[in-house]
Ligand binder design. Structure first.
Ligand code: GDP
Ligand code: GDP
Length: 437
């Protein structure tokens, strides 16, 4: 099920990042426990009353050579209007309603998107009176919050969750593989889409997806049906903010949420940068199958070591995604392009692979026999049994005497054993440890 996207919009310094951290705080601590996941986060997953959603802090969009604050807030708002399902419009009780708040309000109002108005820095009761002037913005009751004290956050979450849309994913059959191509601008995503479809003899028509206004492209190859997610958005271009990182991340998030398999496209002519990591990190967190596609390989001057070196670079940068296969190809010359869809199909199968409980337990007991869990303050982890509880991604629950005794390194060891027994290439695996009741 795709998660709705919530964007936080507002002037610099109203407290967007502070609130973002409040909204996703606990969660961040959990996911970032894994080595290699980048920390300077502008998006994350949050949950309230059992409803999960993605949050993005759209602040700090900077356009080269343009220091006009108003212009970048406008851009931010435009981005949120296009990409988010719910917008949190954040103002500052200390400064009151400013002219740029009013400008942004106009834009948001015209968009017709669901808006939650949050007034931050309401640090004490006196300032509670300051929120009344925010009614003039026309979004109903402002929600008073304080990022510093953490007050009002529950009310804010209630208001967000109240208007979150239910995204239905059942627009495609189970046997259709939904593929998203993600990556920075200019890595060759559109060219790849065209190259993949160009091999088709059939004329492919765009059909409008039923969720949001994304346009997906369905096609069939060797008896397998696929859908390229949100490819129209990829072709539509020209807006200034499209070159900004937050825009790429936001667009990618939406596509990733709806996909089964994510192609992380990297430009072979260039190195890997943080932005690639941000986007790939999201695919990992969202639990999607992924593979790396190193495009423009035709343009790379190479000898017999180049591919291996590039591979190593990817492995070093994406420590959290060692399971993802790497493909070197060229959308332009179509070199090795024919290998792409078979790999996509393979990782999609692994993503929905279910292993039988007795087989899983054989592997886990063998692993424990070879390398017993270390003791912790004289106590040793005892594993009772393991079972796979879900697919997409494969999710295992291991029942033990005390979950506290399961250390990250031992969990990693078990994961590796499970992977070498059952493959699971291209998919993350989730492992939860529970106390045997
Ligand atoms: P952003 O630019 O909108 O992301 O704002 P930041 O989250 O970076 O916050 C800007 C400044 O406001 C920082 O100095 C924060 O410590 C401060 N700030 C954030 N929330 C509150 C609050 O609730 N009360 C007060 N007094 N200051 C806050
Ligand atoms: P997008 O922004 O990621 O969708 O990238 P585009 O598909 O628009 O490609 C950006 C540029 O890279 C264009 O000028 C393409 O012609 C070029 N390009 C795309 N794929 C290849 C490739 O495999 N080899 C080479 N040499 N150039 C490519």
């Amino acid at each position: 099920m795709a998660r709705p996207v919530v964007a936080i919009v507002g002037r610099p310094n109203v407290g967007k990042s502070t609130i973002f951290n409040r909204l996703v705080g606990d969660r961040l601590a959990i996911v970032e426990d894994k080595p290699g996941v980048t920390r300077d986060r502008i998006y994350s997953v949050a949950e309230w009353n059992g409803k999960p959603f993605s949050v993005i802090d759209t602040g700090g969009i900077e356009i080269d050579g343009d220091d006009e604050i108003l212009k970048s807030i406008r851009m931010q708002a435009e981005l949120a209007i296009e990409e988010a399902d719910v917008i949190v419009f954040m103002c500052d009780a200390k400064s009151g309603v400013t002219q740029s708040d009013e400008e942004v309000a106009q834009m948001l109002f015209r968009s017709g998107k669901p808006i939650v108005l949050a007034v931050n820095k309401v640090d004490n009761l006196q300032r509670n009176d300051d929120i009344y002037e925010f009614y003039s913005l026309g979004f109903g009751d402002p929600i008073a919050i304080s990022g510093s004290h953490g007050t009002g956050i529950g009310d804010l979450l209630d208001a967000i969750v109240d208007i979150l849309p239910d995204l239905t994913d059942d627009e495609y059959d189970e046997d259709v593989i939904r593929v998203a191509l993600i990556g920075r601008p200019n890595v060759g995503k559109s060219s790849l889409v065209n190259a993949i479809l160009g091999e088709e003899r059939v004329i492919v028509s765009d059909i409008a997806g039923t969720t949001r206004d994304a346009i997906d492209t369905p096609f069939e190859r060797d008896g397998q049906r696929y859908v390229l997610i949100d490819t129209a958005g990829m072709r539509k271009r020209g807006k200034v903010y499209e070159t900004t990182e937050k825009y790429s991340v936001m667009r990618a998030m939406r596509a990733i949420e709806r996909a089964d398999v994510v192609l992380v496209v990297i430009n072979g002519e260039e190195g890997i940068i943080d932005q690639d990591k941000h986007i790939a990190g999201y695919a990992y967190e969202a639990g999607k199958a992924s593979l790396f596609v190193v495009n423009k390989w035709d343009a790379v001057e190479k000898d017999d070591k180049t591919m291996h070196q590039f591979e190593k670079k990817i492995r070093d940068h994406f420590l959290f995604m060692t399971y993802a296969p790497i493909l070197f190809l060229s959308a332009k010359t179509k070199q090795r392009l024919h290998k792409l869809l078979p790999v996509v199909q393979h990782v999609a199968e692994q993503h929905s692979l279910r292993v039988q409980t007795h087989l899983l337990n054989d592997v886990v007991s063998d692993a424990v026999a070879i390398n017993p869990p270390p003791t912790d303050k004289g106590r040793r982890l005892r594993i009772n049994y393991a079972t796979q509880v879900a697919v997409k991604p494969p999710t295992m629950v291991i029942f033990v005497n005390d979950p506290e005794l399961m250390h990250f390194s031992y969990e990693r060891y078990l994961e590796n054993k499970i992977r070498s027994a059952f493959d699971f290439e291209g998919t993350p695996i989730r492992i939860f440890t529970r106390r045997k009741s």
